[in-house]
Each structure stands twice: as C-alpha cells, then as structure tokens.
Design a protein around this ligand. Structure first.
Ligand code: SAH
Length: 491
C-alpha cells in the first residue's frame, strides 16, 4: 500500500490553496464542501474565485506566494503553473509535516486526492495510487451506479439513532449484527423506495424490540428485467436482484441477466413457453405468497416491464389480498428496447402521433382485436407475441383500411447480440419472415416510422457500444444468447 487512506475533518480549519485559476477553483470548492476555512494566495483570481472572495466565502491574499503562507495550515494545495512555486510549496510543507498536494505532480505530493462518490454522510474514495486517474474515474462511475443516490439520506437517518442503539444494545458485536439485519432488510428497502417515514418507524420499532425481534416478514419484488441486454436493467432492479433469497423467473429473462442475481439465491423457473405452461398463472401467484410467508425476500423477475403483457397486475392482486408487502420495479419494455436498437423511433412529428401496444397472440387460430382502431393512419402499432399470427395481423390491418404498402418490421431478439431487423410492408413482411430462420422473441412494428430504420439504424450486433467496455460482461452475453430461445407467447 503506497498511500494510507484517511478521511480528514476540516470543518473550520485553516487550509491554503496556492493559485487562482480553474484548477484551484475545483480544489477550493471541494474544501468548502468540507467546511474548511480557505485562504487563496494568488496575484489574480478567476471570476468564480473572485466572486467567492467578494462574498467572504474565502480569504484572498492578492500577491505571489511567500514562505510564511504555509504556517499554521492543516492542509495545503498548490495549483499554479509555476514549477518553481509548486516545488517551493511542497518542500516547505514536507519540512513542517503539513499535508500537501501539488496538482498533477505525484512526486511533490504528501497526499493525493481520491476519486469520490459523495452520498454524504456516506462517502467512497477511490485511488489507484496516482497510477491512473482515468481508471479511478471509471471505477467511480461503476460504483456510482451501484449506490443509489438515496443512500446518503439513509446514512443520515441511521446516524440519528446511533446513540440510542448503543444504549439499547451495549454489546458491540450484537449491535453490529442488529444494524446488519436492519440495513439489509426492510429499513433500507422502505427508505430507498421513497417511504422515509415508514423506514423511520420500522427503525424505531426494531430499536424498541432490540435484537430479540424475529424478522419473519417476507416480501415480494416484482421486477422488470428489460428486453435482454443486462446493461438495460435499472439500478433498483440490480440492487433487488442482489438482495433476494429466492428468484422466480420466466424464460424471457436472459442467462446473462440471471448471472447478476445473488449467488446463493434459490432459483425457481416459472417460465412460459408457447403451448407449454411450466406453471399456470394461479400457481405462480400462490407460489409467491407461500415463499413470502416463509419469510423470504422473493424476486419475481420478468422480461421487459411487468405491467406490459406481463400479468404483473394479477400477481400483485393476490399479494395485496394476502397482505404481503411488495414493490413493483418497471423495466424497459420490448417495444422501447427493440425500437431504440432498431433505429425506429416509435413516434415522429411527421409520421406518427400515437402509439398502440397490442398482443398478437392467437386464440383458437384467430386474433381478437379491435382492428378498426388499429388500422388508423399516423399511428404506430407494436405487436407483442405476434410471430405466429403475423400473416393474420397483416391481412386484418389491410382489410380494415391500411394500405398494403404500409411499412412493417420484425425485430428478432431485440437489444441482444443476435438482433436482426427484417423490414418490408404489410404485403411483403410475412414472406420475408418465412424466408429467414427467425428465432423468438420477436416484435412487430407497423407504421410509417419503420421507414426511418434505413437511415437511423446504428446498432451493430457484435460491436461493443458501451463506453465502459472494460467492465462489461458482453463476451458472456454473446455466448449465452447464442442459444435459441423459445417464443414466450402466453404472457
Ligand atoms: N413484459 C414484456 C412482454 C412480455 S410478452 C415486455 O414488457 O417487454 C412476450 C413478448 O414480448 C414476446 O413474444 C415478444 O413479442 C416481446 N419481446 C420480449 N423481449 C423481446 C426482445 N428482446 N426482442 C423482441 N421481442 C421481445
């Protein structure tokens, strides 16, 4: 370990910044966040520092640096363009054991400043020992994405009860376990889902009951996993996936996404394949109830969004009746994911002012839909579960008034590395699809906006589009999604 990490208390203490430009400004802002008393030594100041000096927020000494300036400082930062000055500041501080940082010159530094994730009072500091600030920043954005913004508030809430907990549970080891159980469970969940008062209440109740409280209440998280690419999960989905004791998932959730679930969680497959229900819906509803009643945190993971052709409504209806706590986490629905990745804007000022999601699922060989409503100009219609019924869909739309030349597209395994987009018209698309060996899941988009695909297609499967390819598990995704999947047409 080349550097020893510490968090330093600077409130009301005297810090010196040498230099008055943009870099100095950044350092001053940081020091002010920590409520330090900041003196800036520089003949001139940039406008923002000038303004701070005018407000009295910093002290400005308008001249060149002098040796005495470092006296009685608890921390010094040099941010000038003058090498000689930077060296002088560094040497003086080193002699006097004053922590000193010279911006971008590790050799002259007594300390370096980390990359930070600031959810005060929760803070994460990252350092690569000065070897690669860019890598530190990449890690920072990575960590940033794992720590919901609300964690800061949670830390503040807990802080308010620390003394009380100490009195109530004097044994430090027992106290640690108490906090662990509390923060892994309901208090965090309530807080992060925006129910601050309920979180406070749960915390107070737990304190009241001390450590003897048996935590029996399970809960259900109904979570949308998006259309396939793990990068398209929400932060909340990911967090709950890593918290769950048991996961009930269907076949639309890709293996790459299941990889991200907590390692020791029990996995239950409740998938639905066409004409082959693994578990009837009523049984799934009852399964969720039973698992929650056993005190488990149950993750019900669904492809896309749970409330769009996902039967999420029925599942939470049962939970509601049984008085089981739950929350619903939206996901990117197939229409949004496929449209984005196919370069087909679902609405467009010139072509389409309305958007309809419909199911193309066949019942007894027909599709029971309001075709007059669907066959309207200037709107886009997206069909889920429409592969088998595609010829019927095209025929009915034409019969109800849409021109046979209306553009239509089929997006196969949208957003994954196997995505293909087949484009035609209501007249030609069924034959085009016939000619290709199409693998589910597939989505059908009908409307003038489909024309834009030719111009706007940007996603090339097999190419990495994320900026953080360094960390992405895309290699894995590619491999896993290569296995053909089965149409989930019964949701
Ligand atoms: N709740 C899901 C939809 C479930 S219905 C959602 O919001 O997306 C299942 C249908 O969704 C499939 O038959 C298919 O039409 C569509 N679908 C889901 N993922 C898809 C994908 N990656 N590419 C194309 N279609 C997809």
């Amino acid at each position: 370990m080349d550097y020893f990490p510490i968090f330093m208390r600077l409130e009301g203490r005297s810090c010196l910044v040498v230099g008055g430009g943009g870099v100095a400004l950044r350092k001053v802002s940081l020091l002010r966040k920590a409520d330090a008393r900041v003196t800036v030594v520089s003949p001139e100041l940039c406008p923002q520092l000038e303004a701070l000096a005018k407000q009295g927020a910093i002290e400005h000494v308008a001249r060149d640096f002098q040796d005495d300036d470092v006296l009685d400082r608890v921390l010094v930062i040099a941010a000038t363009d003058h090498q000689a000055v930077n060296q002088r500041v560094s040497a003086l501080c080193m002699e006097r054991s004053i922590p000193v940082n010279v911006v971008d010159q590790p050799d002259l530094c007594g300390f370096i400043t980390p990359s930070m994730v600031d959810r005060s009072p929760l803070q994460v500091a990252i350092s690569t020992g000065g070897s690669s600030p860019v890598l530190a920043r990449l890690f920072r954005s990575r960590i940033e994405s794992f720590i919901p913004a609300a964690y800061g508030g949670l830390a503040a809430l807990v802080e308010g009860y620390r003394l009380q907990a100490k009195e109530r549970i004097p044994d430090p080891e027992l106290r640690r376990r108490f906090w662990e159980r509390l923060l892994e469970g309901p208090v965090t969940e309530l807080f992060l889902s925006g129910r601050e008062d309920a979180a406070r209440e749960a915390l107070e109740q737990a304190l009241e009951q001390g450590l003897d409280r048996r935590d029996t209440g399970g809960e259900v998280f109904l979570v949308g996993a998006g259309p396939g690419d793990p990068d398209l999960l929400t932060f909340r989905a990911l967090r709950l996936m890593q918290l769950a004791d048991v996961v009930v998932h269907d076949n639309l959730v890709s293996p790459a996404i299941l990889e991200l679930v907590r390692r020791d969680a029990e996995m239950i497959y409740a998938g639905k394949k066409r004409n082959q229900h693994t578990l009837p819906q009523e049984q799934i509803n009852q399964l969720l109830v039973r698992l929650a009643k056993e005190g488990k945190r149950v993750l019900r993971l669904k492809g896309g969004d749970p409330f769009i052709f996902g039967r999420g409504g029925e599942e939470i209806d049962t939970l509601m009746q049984e008085g089981i706590p739950f929350q619903v986490v939206p996901g990117i629905t197939a229409a949004a994911g496929c449209a984005s990745f196919a370069g087909i804007p679902l609405t467009h000022r010139d072509y389409s002012q309305a958007l309809v999601f419909a199911t193309g699922h066949l019942r007894d060989g027909t599709i029971d839909l309001n075709w007059d409503m669907l066959a309207q100009p200037r709107q886009t219609v997206v069909f889920y579960m429409g592969l088998v019924g595609l010829p019927i869909i095209c025929r009915e739309l034409t019969a109800h008034g849409l021109p046979a030349s209306t553009p239509a597209a089929l997006v196969e395994q949208g957003t994954t590395q196997n995505q293909r987009v087949l484009v035609g018209t209501l007249e030609t698309l069924p034959d085009i699809v016939q000619e290709h060996d199409v693998q589910p899941p597939t989505l059908i988009i009908v409307g003038e906006v489909v024309r834009l695909h030719e111009r706007l297609q940007w996603f090339q499967p097999g190419t990495d589009h994320t900026t953080e390819s360094l960390f992405s598990s895309r290699g894995q995704v590619e491999q896993q999604s290569a296995a053909p999947r089965v149409e989930a047409s019964h949701e």
